[in-house]
Design a binder for this molecule. Sequence first.
Ligand SMILES: Cc1cc2nc3c(=O)[nH]c(=O)nc-3n(C[C@H](O)[C@H](O)[C@H](O)COP(=O)(O)OP(=O)(O)OC[C@H]3O[C@@H](n4cnc5c(N)ncnc54)[C@H](O)[C@@H]3O)c2cc1C
Length: 505
Amino acid sequence: MNRAAQLQSLESEACWDIIIIGGGATGIGSALDAATRGYKTLLIEGHDFAKGTSSRSTKLVHGGVRYLEQGNIKLVKEALRERGHLLKNAPHLTSVQEFIIPVFSWWEKMFYWIGLKLYDILSGSLSIGKTTSLSKKETIAHLPSLNTNKLVGGILYYDGQFDDSHLALEMAATGIKNGATILNYCKATGFIKENNKIIGVACIDTLSGNTYTLKTKTVINATGVFTNSIVQMDNHLKHDLVSPSQGIHLVVDDKFFKGTSAMMIPKTEDGRVLFAVPWHDKIILGTTDTPIHTISYEPKPLEEEIEFILKHINQYGNKLITRADINSVYVGLRPLVKQKGKERTSLISREHHLSISPSGLVTITGGKWTTYRKMAADAIDNAAFIGKLTKVKCKTTEMSIGDLEERKNNLNTILKADPTLNNLLHPSYPFTKAEVIYAVKHEMAMCVEDVLARRIRLLFLDARLATELAPLVASLMAPFLNKDKNWEFEEVKTFTALAEQYILK
Ligand SMILES: Cc1cc2nc3c(=O)[nH]c(=O)nc-3n(C[C@H](O)[C@H](O)[C@H](O)COP(=O)(O)OP(=O)(O)OC[C@H]3O[C@@H](n4cnc5c(N)ncnc54)[C@H](O)[C@@H]3O)c2cc1C
C-alpha cells in the first residue's frame, strides 16, 4: 500500500461508481466488496485506518453469547456464520480461542451448558469446536489463576480471536489489489448536489492541505460513531441516528491469568458480561457499556468503569490486580443505533442498520467487527441500486484476505538492505525495527502513532514502553518519509501526550 500512488489515482479518476467515507471495519469491508464486484471504488478515511472503534474492540470474532441470552437468535446465527467465514478467509490474522465460564452452582452449570450447546449448534457446519462441561479439577487446569472458592466446575466453549487493526490493514491492502483506491488522512468535508441528489464529495488531504471535489454515482457513509455528523452534512437533520456507548479495556501481564484459555463471566452482579482474554502475551480485561454524549477520537475511561472492572475481575482471580498493574487502558465507542424506549445501551440491538436519505446517501452503521462482511455486502447492494450500477453479486464470502507470503518477502527485502533492522525494538517484545520500516513502506503509516498504536500494538499492550520507544520509532521512520529532526521531535511530543491517556496514574 503506497499513499502517493493512491493519491495519484484519486486525482486521475473522472467519476467514481462508489465513494465510501470512513476507514474502519465497515468502510474498508465495503471498499473490498465493491472493488471485487468491479465497481470503481474510492474510500477516504479522515484519520488513520481503524483509528476509531475498529482498533479498540475486545478482539473477539464471536457470535455473542450475551445476545443468545437476550433471545436474539437471528443476530447470533448471522454472527456465527460470519465468524466461520472470517476464520477461514483470514487464517493468519485470526485464531480459535478456548473460553471457560466458571460456574458456582449446579443450576448455573446446567443453564450455561444448554445455552452454549445451542450456540455451538447454531454455528452449523461452521462450528469451531464442541462445547464441553468441565469438572472443578478440569476448570482449574484450564484457568490456574482462578479463585476456586465455591467453584463447582466450568463450561468450555470456542470463539474466534483476532488483531482488529491488522485485519483492517490487510483488508485495505486486498481492496487495493482488487482495484480500489483507499486513502488515509483524507477527510470528507461536504457533498456536491444536483437537483437535491448527491453527485460528489468534497474532501481534504489533511497532510498536505490539498482539497478535492470528486464526482461519484453514489456515496456510503460508514463513519461509525461519527455517523451523525455526515448525515447532518447531507440534510442538516437534528435527529441523531447513533447513540454511542463507551467500553473500556484494561491490559495486564499474563501472570494474572495463566494458561491459554480465556475466561468469560456471563453475568456480573449488575448483569454485565466480563472477559479476561489472552492477547499478544498480555490479558485484556473488559469491557463496560456506558452511554456517553460526547464523541471523540480519544475517549477517556471513567473512574467508575476502571473500578468496576478491577472490583469484579478480582473476585475471580487468585492474584490481586491493582491500578499499578495496568499496562494500558484503551477505550472504544459503540455506534449503537438509537431505539425508542431503550435508554440502557446494553439493551440496544447490535444488529446493523442501513438507511438511504432522500439525496441518495447510503448510511450503514451498528453491527460488530465480526459481521463487517455482511454489513458491507448489504451496503454495496443498496449503493449499486441507488447509483444505477450494473448488478453484480457479492464475491467476498470465501475470499482470502491478506497475503502472508508477500509480507514475508517485503520484510526480507527490507532486511537485505540493512540486516541490523532485524534487531528488536525492545527485548521484552517480538517487534523488530524492520516492522517499523515495513509499516511506512507498505502500510501507509504516516506518524509515530500509526506505527505504535495500529501496526505494532505497543500503545495498547504497554503504554509506558510505547512512550519510551517513540524516539527510536520516529528516527527509524524519518528517512523513509523524508522528514527532519524537527519532525521527529514534534512526533515524540505528540505521541507522548497521547500515550498519557492510556497510562493510569
Ligand atoms: C468496547 C468495544 C468492544 C468491542 N468488541 C468487539 C469484539 O470483540 N468483536 C466484535 O465483533 N465487535 C466488537 N465491537 C464492535 C466493533 O468494534 C464495531 O462495531 C466496529 O469496529 C465499528 O466499525 P466502523 O467501521 O463502523 O466504525 P469505526 O471503526 O469507528 O470507523 C469509522 C471511521 O470513520 C472515520 N471518519 C469519521 N468522519 C469522517 C470524515 N468526515 N471523513 C472521512 N472519514 C471519517 C473515522 O476516522 C473512523 O476511522 C466492540 C466495540 C466496542 C466499543
